[in-house]
Design a protein around this ligand. Sequence first.
Ligand code: FAD
Length: 471
Amino acid sequence: MSATQKYDLVVIGSGPGGQKAAIAAAKLGKSVAVVERGLMLGGVCVNTGTIPSKTLREAVVYLTGMSQRELYGASYRVKDKITPADLLARTQHVIGKETDVVRSQLMRNRIELYVGHARFVDAHTIDVDEPNRAERVTISGRHIVIATGTKPARPVGVEFDENRVLDSDGILDLKTIPGSMVVVGAGVIGIEYASMFAALGTKVTVVEKRANMLEFCDPEIIEALKFHLRDLAVTFRFGEEVTAVDVGSAGTITTLASGKQIPAETVMYSAGRQGQTEHLDLPKAGLEADNRGRILVDDNYRTKVDHIYAVGDVIGFPALAATSMDQGRLAAYHAFGEPCKGMTELQPIGIYSIPEVSYVGATEIDLTREAVPYEVGVSRYRELARGQIAGDSYGMLKLLVSTDDLRILGVHIFGTNATEMVHIGQAVMGCHGSVEYFVDAVFNFPTFSEAYKVAALDVMNKLRALSKFRS
Ligand SMILES: Cc1cc2nc3c(=O)[nH]c(=O)nc-3n(C[C@H](O)[C@H](O)[C@H](O)COP(=O)(O)OP(=O)(O)OC[C@H]3O[C@@H](n4cnc5c(N)ncnc54)[C@H](O)[C@@H]3O)c2cc1C
């Protein structure tokens, strides 16, 4: 066995959390190693999660011609018979480019990359196991960041065959576009894939045991999304539980507790995710995971062992690439005593359904529950010149504004560019701006951003009516 190489920081996992922890430490002049299993550089984010799903969505929207149908008619298509190969060509291209960007960033910052499976030997020492390498490699870190992410949870009793019964990893290897599909679980990933397949013409049934979906979002916007998905022939079965999935030679039958049976060519499970901690030998480092494989951390992302941190999906909510990156950076800063502000409270949520949903700040439900008086301003894309030009007549933006001091309390957007547009509201909220900023600001014309001004004027008109009727 070769001598143990020593580092200031060893990071396990090269997803967004691990990458940013490694780069932040390297920028502080520390020696850093990242351990990643073969073929997964960039993590779930680059290889099986965020990047492939968002690229697939882009390919679906482009090739189906969906976003242009208001202008060119319901039969408009860029390509008539879309195959998985059409979709995956774009996905593979982007994954290749993104992996290269990650590799180059690690190299530029002189971060050592070890390929193999990491497991703890003790609280500072890690064994890197790569079956194709004759020699065992052991490295040690003054500090360690665990950023091993998650994998799809597979319910007991369901036989995943990577052909008819799949999860969000398997969906990327589909050989044909199914004519029908059951999506089990109406969380973000389930709804994103349901809308992609619905856009491709697949008859989708979404089964969800809760009474509704995406309940953390604005209910009016989720109603609009459900209306659109139903228009694409999606059937929702809320308050229903799957009891069995039977696979035959022609397809599957999904049986629900209510007795209903749903025939479909393919079933996609999107039933939560499980932390990838089971092969880390955590007890050797004095750590343990909970029953969902998650590691408990404090506000500085430190585990109960002082020099070991955990970031990203492996620590649970909110389990987003966006937040994982910042957690990684903050963990590295804390480990090396670099002063920093903690994680900002104002975090946007983006759902890449078709159409998109995005929001930042409070919902009407939050404000009503907390008895915070507010007024709502709405702008509809069909009344914006850019909405007409782009062929988006359904999009909308809602501003929630405090009637006490006119501060923006929440921004909720549905439609084209929602996930980009939300950052305008986020910036104003982050600077404690009021709705008057949007009333006074001049926006480029014609743009979707103009929706902020229209919604702000709507709020001010409602408030004016309030004071008029009061007098
Ligand atoms: C289908 C899907 C769509 C998504 N869409 C979005 C989105 O639109 N926006 C968004 O913000 N987030 C999205 N996410 C979530 C996002 O992908 C994750 O939040 C993010 O990837 C988590 O980053 P991470 O740093 O925790 O590590 P991950 O990206 O999960 O990567 C962890 C890495 O650790 C490696 N690893 C694990 N164990 C070991 C070990 N013992 N030794 C060595 N290496 C190990 C794994 O191989 C993996 O590469 C999506 C996720 C999925 C599944």
